[in-house]
Design a protein around this ligand. Structure first.
Ligand SMILES: C[S@@+](CC[C@H](N)C(=O)[O-])C[C@H]1O[C@@H](n2cnc3c(N)ncnc32)[C@H](O)[C@@H]1O
Length: 296
């Protein structure tokens, strides 16, 4: 917390904040300063910019200074606000969960546009984090039921609060376990979706990501970047009777930049064939959809 500061016109605060952000070589410091202050005050940027002569004072000024210091250290704005938007909906976030990424929205788009599952299907989200993938799919498909799995109990608490926020709690079961170790997949048509960790130690990441987002959500051992994918594929490849993926169900992965060829090859060795692939807005291939290879 910074020391109590006096009153200051918003315009002056914005100028000083932009100068500090500029020193961090952020691409658009003026825009970021105004976004930060608008979110801190709970007003739109337009409203903020239209009222720049209003004074920031007392607790408001202190909170703005505090947010700026934390933001300069790389703390994501979503953690400062306690909220992030995903596919048009607000989600509670805390440092226990990965901040939902716009890149992951292409998984949702693929499911909604390409997957022809019956009205009453199931979806199982492995490594659910904030629950953004699972809860978005349930909100978009009113008759689907969901299972959200995470190894992290605090992450599951965040996901639960998001389910309550979107009135979806009656349609989800939550499970704390490692991938599919504590669970047999339901029979029949459905979807397993997973955005597991895929960053190896030492890989370059955005400002503040490694420092503030949970290690469990990001990192895998350097020797095996696709470790989590391999474990999930092994479980899904079990026979249906043993809780593996049914022939009518699908498996959708998010994958890191440049790793899809490796994942497609790995999936093939476990008896899965690629059905569809999709890229994010930055044209990075992110979403790979698989089905079991039919047994002769
Ligand atoms: C990259 S984050 C994805 C979070 C969320 N699905 C999203 O797309 O924003 C990976 C998630 O996997 C969880 N996780 C890591 N290891 C796990 C394991 N062995 N079993 C289950 N979940 C795990 C982490 O806690 C984290 O929430």
């Amino acid at each position: 917390m910074t020391e109590a500061a006096g009153s200051l016109p918003r315009r002056v605060w914005l100028k000083q904040a932009s100068a500090k952000l500029k020193k961090q070589s952020l691409p658009d410091p003026v825009w970021e300063a105004s976004l930060l202050l608008a979110r801190c005050l709970g007003v739109s940027r337009l409203r903020l910019l239209a009222n720049q002569e209003e004074a920031l004072q007392g607790a408001e000024r202190q909170r703005a200074d505090d947010w700026l210091e934390r933001y300069l250290c790389g703390e994501p704005l979503a953690y400062l606000e306690g909220e992030a938007h995903f596919y048009g909906r607000p989600f509670v976030v805390s440092p226990a969960v990965l901040v939902p990424r716009a890149d992951s929205e292409c998984l949702i788009e693929m499911v909604l546009a390409e997957l022809d599952l019956p009205e009453k299907s199931w979806v199982c989200d492995l490594g659910t984090g904030s629950g953004c993938l699972l809860l978005t799919l349930l909100a978009e498909r009113a008759h689907w039921r969901g299972i959200g799995v995470d190894y992290s109990r605090p992450a599951l608490e965040v996901a639960r609060s998001n389910a309550r926020r979107h009135h979806l709690e009656a349609r989800v079961d939550w499970l704390q376990c490692s991938w599919l170790s504590g669970l047999e997949l339901p029979a029949g048509p459905g979807l397993v979706v997973a955005n597991p960790p895929y960053v190896v130690l030492g890989e370059t990441m955005g400002h503040g990501v490694a420092e503030f987002e949970p290690d469990l959500a990001l990192f895998v051992p350097e020797q095996e970047p696709l470790q989590a994918y391999r474990i999930i594929l092994q479980s899904c490849a079990q026979t249906e009777a043993a809780g593996g993926l049914s022939a009518e169900a699908r498996l959708l992965f998010e994958i890191g930049a440049g790793r899809s060829a490796e994942l497609i090859a790995l999936a093939k060795t476990h008896g899965f064939r690629l059905l569809k692939r999709a890229s994010d807005l930055g044209e990075v291939e992110r979403a790979l959809l698989f089905a079991r290879v039919e047994q002769a």
